[in-house]
Structure formats: structure tokens, C-alpha cells
Design a protein around this ligand. Structure first.
Ligand SMILES: [Fe+2]
Ligand SMILES: [Fe+2]
Length: 393
């Protein structure tokens, strides 16, 4: 009988069913096609009865004893447990049914469909994501152990007050920078896990910044200052942006890009070593957030150059929504002047105001440079930089 020639054989010796026989049977049947035969040999007691029951349960057919003593034949059933293998490479579109499967894994068919709205590579991707994530993972710091809190001097009251007001402003911006990636994180298909991983690190970074800046305000004995209505309005227009790439452009390129200039300035002009250390560490983290923004927007605009116009329109729209806001909040502006001027004497104010004017020019220069690196013309870069919110983020 040619049909009884087995296609595979498995030796079970005296292994009992409850000791793991199904593991070896499934391994042996896995590569076979439906209707092919597996010959098994087993010596355990009640082996045949258990084998027959298992075959019925699993949808295979028990075909009786084999030619030799203790041998039995199983015909592989047609129960559809097939899998799809999307492969390890990053696809242009991810299927809802791949769900939470790691990229490169086989996915058993018949699972649920997941509704991740961002499931096209062109919507989320960028180059260098792995490098940005690796740098983030190895550069984590902790407010409790990496900041020299014991070196905080007793500053003049007006300077300490200015530091606290600046910390308040920074912290409200940290919340915005935390909520924007957090909102999109759960919408991105896990197939693009590098994007989710970078955003997750960004969320963790912002949580740490908020904690550390708040602690700096409290550590000097003065505590937090005032959150301005104009800053809140500016940040609201940022965190409510519904499109992922536009939100990345507004936050990571325009906002955090501007913050790079601010943090560097605050480090160089810091009145104490604790504040300087905080600014330096936050600046390093923000450099990665800006790098992600630049990579993502570069990827998107290379594929679709017309998107530059939609990003520009978003900056302009935001500027119109903020038309009632005439400039940087006086709370923040005045605090910056005192912070870098070193006090409230007229000469100190003159010095501080001059430094702050330099800061605005440097922010504008760096924004234009970044925009031109993304393919905006010099004229467009100049206009967009001018439209950018006066509240920096
Ligand atoms: Fe931050
Ligand atoms: Fe950030």
C-alpha cells in the first residue's frame, strides 16, 4: 500500500502523554502537508488509547498500527492553523491582523484585527531611528542622583525668583512635549516599533525634565511661579494638533528646536551649578527629540514635497490663532532678563535685556537653518520662523 509509506517518524520511547508527548507530535507534524503520514513509536502504558484521543481532539486521523511492534500511523488533518509570514523587513503598510506580533514573527491566521490608525510607513517613519533610540537608552539620567543638589547656593531673592519663574515656564512646556508623543504612541502600528520606541523614550525624558525643573524651583525655598494664560494658549494649539507629522513638525522641529537655543542660553547664563547641570542634561535629551523630528520630516518631505506647504500652513494657522498674544509672556520675559542679568539694578537689567535680545536672534537663526536643511527656501524659512509662536514652544 503506497499510501501507508510514512513521510516522517518520531521516537517517543516510554514518554507518557501527560509528560509531553503532544510537544513532540506537534513538532513532527508541523512540516507535513495535510494527508501526509507520521509514524510514531511509543512504549508508554495506554499509549494507543491516548494517541487516538489526541488525534480526534487535534483533527488528525489515527491510521492504525505501523509495520513494526509499537509503531502507529497518524495522517495529518486539514484543520487550518496556517500562519502568514510578513518577513522581517519594514513594509510600506502594516496589516491590522498582524496586531501585536513582533516584526519578523509568523502570525497565526484567525486572530483579531487591531485598529492602529497610523499603519503606513510614510506616515510615521524616519531614518536613524535605531541610533536615536540607542542614544536615548544609554543617556538616561536621574534627578535624584545625577544633579549636584547639595551645591545649590543661596541666591539673591530676585535672582532665585527669576530661576523659579523660568522653571515654571519650562515645566509647562515639558508637559506639552510629553503629551504630544504620548497621544500618538498608541495609534502607531507595532510593525513600526522603532518609532514607538523613540517616542516612548521622549515621553520618559519629558517626565524627568518636569520632575527635575519642579524640584529646582522647590529646592531654593521659593517654589513655582506663575503659568501665563498666553503660554497655555500657545501650548493648547500644539497639543491639539490631530495630524502626526504636523504635530512632529510643530513640536520637535519648531518648538524643541527653539528650546535647544533656550536651554543652551540658560546653561551658559545660569546663576548656579545646579541649574547649569539641569540645563545641560535637558539640552542633550532635546537634541535627540529634534533629531527625530528632523529625520521624520525629512523622510516625509522627500516622499511628498508638497507636505512642506501643509506644515507651513499649520505654523501660519497657529500664528493666527495666537493673534491675541502679542509676544512672550511678561512673566517669562522679565524672569529671563533678571536670570541672565544677575539682578534688578538698572545696569543688570540693561545687560540682561541685551542677552535676551541676542537669544531671540539666535533662536530665529537656528530655526531658519533647520528649515532650510529640510528643503524650505530661504524666504519660506524666514517667514515661517517669524510666524513661530512667541512663547518658544
Ligand atoms: Fe524636555
Ligand atoms: Fe523634548
Amino acid at each position: 500500500m503506497p499510501e501507508s509509506v510514512p513521510n516522517a517518524f518520531v521516537e517517543l520511547e516510554d514518554l507518557a502523554f501527560h509528560e509531553g508527548v503532544p510537544v513532540l507530535l506537534r513538532r513532527a507534524l508541523g512540516p507535513l502537508k495535510p494527508s501526509e503520514l507520521l509514524e510514531v513509536h511509543g512504549d508508554a502504558s495506554e499509549f494507543v488509547e491516548n494517541l487516538q484521543a489526541w488525534c480526534r481532539k487535534e483533527g488528525h486521523a489515527y491510521r492504525g498500527a505501523g509495520k513494526a511492534q509499537g509503531r502507529h500511523l497518524i495522517e495529518k488533518g486539514t484543520v487550518d492553523r496556517s500562519v502568514t509570514r510578513p518577513g522581517p523587513e519594514v513594509k510600506e503598510a502594516a496589516k491590522p491582523a498582524w496586531g501585536l506580533a513582533p516584526r519578523g514573527a509568523a502570525v497565526e491566521l484567525g486572530g483579531p484585527e487591531f485598529s492602529f490608525p497610523l499603519r503606513q510607513k510614510r506616515e510615521v517613519w524616519g531614518q536613524e531611528l535605531h541610533t536615536i533610540y540607542s542614544r536615548a537608552a544609554s543617556n538616561q539620567w536621574a534627578a535624584a542622583k545625577d544633579i549636584p543638589w547639595s551645591e545649590l547656593p543661596k541666591l539673591p531673592a530676585e535672582v532665585e525668583g527669576a530661576v523659579c519663574q523660568v522653571m515654571t515656564f519650562l515645566t509647562e512646556n515639558e508637559f506639552a512635549a510629553l503629551y504630544v508623543p504620548a497621544r500618538f504612541l498608541a495609534r502607531i502600528h507595532p510593525h513600526y516599533r522603532e518609532v514607538s520606541a523613540v517616542l516612548a523614550m521622549q515621553v520618559a525624558d519629558e517626565a524627568r525634565h518636569a520632575e527635575a525643573f519642579t524640584r529646582r524651583a522647590e529646592e531654593g525655598g521659593v517654589g513655582l511661579g506663575t503659568t501665563a494664560a498666553s503660554s497655555q494658549l500657545s501650548l493648547q494649539t500644539l497639543i491639539e494638533e490631530p495630524d502626526f507629522s504636523t504635530a512632529v513638525f510643530l513640536l520637535c522641529v519648531m518648538g524643541e528646536g527653539t528650546f535647544l537655543s533656550l536651554l543652551k542660553f540658560l546653561e551658559e547664563r545660569a546663576p548656579d551649578p545646579v541649574t547649569a547641570c539641569l540645563m545641560r542634561l535637558a539640552h542633550r535629551d532635546e537634541g535627540r527629540h529634534v533629531a527625530f523630528g528632523m529625520e521624520h520630516i525629512r523622510y516625509v518631505t522627500i516622499l511628498e514635497p508638497a507636505r512642506r506647504a501643509t506644515f507651513a500652513a499649520a505654523v501660519e494657522r497657529r500664528s493666527q490663532m495666537l493673534a491675541s498674544v502679542s509676544g512672550l509672556s511678561p512673566y517669562v520675559h522679565d524672569a529671563l532678563v533678571v536670570y541672565c542679568g544677575g539682578g534688578v539694578q538698572p545696569a543688570q537689567i540693561r545687560r540682561g535685556a541685551s542677552f535676551v535680545a541676542d537669544l531671540h536672534r539666535e533662536m530665529d537663526r537656528a530655526r531658519r537653518e533647520r528649515l532650510q536643511a529640510l528643503g524650505f527656501s530661504g524666504q519660506d524659512a524666514e517667514a515661517l520662523s517669524a510666524y513661530h509662536t512667541k512663547n518658544f514652544m
